[in-house]
Design a binder for this molecule. Structure first.
Ligand code: ATP
Length: 242
């Protein structure tokens, strides 16, 4: 059974169909990357999975249970954690306080302040600093750490590298490798194709709200992914090679 399955999902902003008939499944331990250009619908899809955006149709299944009507808060308690675009932390609270805030919805599991600091060593010296004093990379690490504190069964990451200097992106991705090794299931939105191809076990490419291409990272060629990313060749959503 899949950790997460999305079936014929539709999501709108008013009349705009931002997510159109999207179906895919994420298995336990997968690093599933959603790629696509600006406005393709990736953020809306991720927010709909997290329960932050109400779908117009279709279903979201978590460990086989239909959670489409479950509130965002309850989804966190079930093990669905979203790190939203923009790394929203409580600015006047310290890094440590931001991490501990997640304690209210904490599930049992390996993640606590100590293990988060082991995965994100750059946060160690900044633990007592207010979040507003952090660099972009530190803020991203703290936002991921805060989501990990809930001990999620799936981590939804929106645009980890957005607005970060390359060196900060490298640091965040190095830490993601630690999570990946620990077996955390991750659904990741990424505009940077090279990063996605390097880190993901599966890749889905979105264009204008639809999944254009989906498959195992090792079996899709860079050319196929680039074509789907830019919409150079229209094909139905399909497992072409995996
Ligand atoms: P980006 O990388 O720019 O965040 P994306 O692939 O995540 O892009 P979305 O942010 O999901 O795409 O946007 C999908 C479509 O929905 C776009 O046309 C966008 O303009 C529109 N949209 C997104 N949020 C809203 C909103 N709050 N109100 C109205 N339209 C929106």
């Amino acid at each position: 059974m899949s950790r997460l399955a999305v079936e014929n999902l539709d999501a709108r902003h008013g009349l705009l169909r931002a997510v159109r008939d999207v179906s895919f499944a994420v298995a336990e331990g997968d690093i599933f990357a959603l790629v696509g250009a600006n406005g393709a619908g990736k953020t809306t899809l991720l927010r709909t999975i997290a329960g932050a955006h109400k779908p117009a149709g279709g279903r979201v299944l978590f460990d086989g249970v239909d959670i489409t009507a479950v509130s965002a808060h309850k989804r966190v308690a079930m093990g669905v954690a979203l790190v939203p675009e923009g790394r929203r932390l409580f600015p006047s609270m310290t890094v440590e306080e931001n991490l501990l805030v997640a304690g209210a919805v904490r599930r049992p599991g390996p993640w606590n302040v100590k293990t988060v600091l082991e995965a994100f060593p750059l946060l160690g010296p900044r633990l007592k600093a207010p979040a507003l004093n952090l660099s972009g990379g530190e803020r991203q690490a703290a936002a991921i750490g805060r989501a990990l504190m809930t001990n999620p069964r799936i981590l939804l990451l929106d645009e980890v590298s957005l607005g970060l200097a390359p060196v900060a992106v490298d640091a965040v991705y190095r830490s993601l490798q630690t999570l990946i090794k620990s077996g955390t299931t991750i659904l990741l939105v990424e505009q940077d194709l090279n990063r996605a191809i390097t880190v993901a076990s599966r890749i889905a490419c979105m264009l204008e709200g639809r999944i254009q291409l989906e498959g195992k990272a090792g079996t899709l060629t860079r050319e196929q992914i680039t074509e789907a990313y830019f919409g150079l060749r229209r094909e139905p959503s399909a497992e072409r090679t995996a």
